[in-house]
Design a protein around this ligand. Structure first.
Ligand SMILES: Nc1ncnc2c1ncn2[C@@H]1O[C@H](COP(=O)(O)OP(=O)(O)O)[C@@H](O)[C@H]1O
Ligand SMILES: C=C(OP(=O)(O)O)C(=O)O
Length: 415
């Protein structure tokens, strides 16, 4: 190699990794280097055996479960059967997108397919919670060009669509409060932060002018986050109560609650179950979605009242900052493991498979690392809801999990 232009600070192996004294490192002080040394210091690798021992086992025979979100790409019975055969353990019905009698048709379809295939498939109903979303878009995707100006407004009539530089939100108590609370200079993020607006002018009590700082294409019902705005609202919105009222009649296995911030948010859901007279033995297990900094602060009281957790990395990434997600994923998985509760790692796991047959190395690595962290389940979102090949996404995830589980004992979590 020509080294004349080598960087001032070359990459060097961590000295602690080869020090024979690693076992004396203080456990109390868990700095990165000592944690690395404690994990790897004493390991010896039989490279021949490791390279030969490719897991060619059945990708459906694994401990870590696969949760697959259903959507337009997976709504028919032949596809549901393919997904079950590919190894889906839990189907997720996202109430944020519930329309017409969609779920009413899907639930019996899944149960029938699972029974006929003799596979123990479970169902998870996800409640939107106080999450802001745009209305449906007239011609998808609606272009938002960087540098252009758009209007962000409450819908002026029922059924108004996002169109021609106007992003509209259905009128709900929470969305009315959001539009009312926005002030000039605030940042508004769209679609899990893929696009960014900045408020430049208040046009009326119901509408704001915004500059598109990061552009893109907006699709129907995409999430809207305003990290600078705190809105005091209940954990269950009117829509959640309506969705939960239906879901609780379906004897689902799990119910996920979005934007939980504190323990009492979970109590709102158990109160609803009481009010509906859902017998104790028939209640779905409650999964708070951890996607707000407040939920991280109050995680112990939340975990106490929950049956499991979801590391909801989509919104968590927007609310907390993307670069902070990996560490908190490990903390949340560790806390759930220690409390004896299950944990689902969710969102963008094989994201590129929405449009491609093959994922990126980074995505495969992400699935494997979630397994190494100790997750109990990994989740597919758009990959199985709107992707080009939902069964292949499930099989890719299954193969990755099997391979990771084979080595999980060697790559034990360090938290
Ligand atoms: N029940 C549904 N009906 C229509 N589209 C859906 C449904 N569920 C999911 N989708 C589509 O799949 C995408 C990914 O699903 P998911 O991650 O659950 O949604 P989101 O991140 O919007 O909550 C959604 O943004 C939506 O476009
Ligand atoms: C799972 C998540 O929630 P949703 O898909 O409902 O936005 C998330 O934000 O990661």
């Amino acid at each position: 190699f020509h080294v004349a232009h080598s960087p001032a600070r070359p990459i060097v192996a961590r000295r602690v990794a080869v020090r024979p004294t690693v076992r004396r490192v203080s456990v109390a002080r868990m700095d990165g280097a000592s944690a690395f040394a404690r994990k790897h210091g004493a390991a010896s690798f039989d490279m021949d055996a490791l390279v030969s021992a490719q897991a060619n086992a059945d990708p459906t025979a694994r401990r870590t479960k696969i949760v697959a979100t259903l959507g337009p790409a997976s709504f028919d019975e032949p596809m549901i059967r393919k997904l079950i055969a590919a190894g889906v353990n839990v189907f997720r019905l996202n109430s944020s997108h519930r329309q017409g009698g969609q779920f009413e048709a899907l639930v019996p379809m899944i149960r029938k397919a699972a029974a006929e295939m003799n596979k123990p498939v479970e169902l998870l109903g996800d409640l939107q919670g106080p999450k802001f979303r745009c209305a449906n878009v007239k011609a998808e995707p609606m272009p938002l060009a960087a540098g252009s100006t758009v209007t962000l407004a409450l819908a002026s009539s029922d059924g108004e669509l996002c169109d021609a530089g106007r992003i509209v939100l259905t009128r709900t108590k929470e969305q009315n409060a959001m539009i009312g609370g926005l002030t000039v200079g605030m940042v508004v993020k769209l679609d899990d932060g893929a696009m960014r607006l900045r408020v430049t002018k208040r046009l009326s009590p119901d509408a704001l002018e915004c500059l598109v700082e990061v552009g893109g294409g907006l699709k129907s019902r995409k999430g809207i986050n305003v990290p600078d705005l705190q809105i005091d609202c209940s954990a269950l919105t009117a829509k959640d109560i309506d969705d939960a009222t239906y879901l609780l009649t379906q004897k689902l296995d799990y119910i996920a609650l979005s934007f939980v911030q504190k323990g009492s948010d979970i109590t709102e859901l158990t109160d609803l179950m009481d009010a509906q007279g859902v017998p104790r033995g028939e209640r779905p297990r409650i999964i708070p979605k951890i996607e707000k900094p407040a939920a991280l602060r109050n995680i112990d009281e939340i975990l106490d009242l929950a049956d499991g957790l979801m590391v909801a990395r989509g919104d968590l990434g927007v609310e907390l900052g993307l670069e902070r997600v990996p560490f908190f994923q490990k903390v949340l998985i560790s806390k759930a493991n220690k409390a004896g509760k299950f944990v689902i790692t969710a969102t963008q796991m094989l994201e590129s498979m929405i449009g491609a047959e093959v994922p990126t190395r980074a995505e495969v690595s992400d699935v494997a690392n979630a397994v190494f962290d100790g997750t109990d389940a990994v989740m597919l979102s758009g990959e199985s809801a709107v992707g080009v090949n939902p069964p292949e996404a499930v099989m890719m995830m299954g193969r990755t999990i099997v391979e990771a589980e084979m080595h999980a004992g060697m790559v034990s979590p360090s938290l």
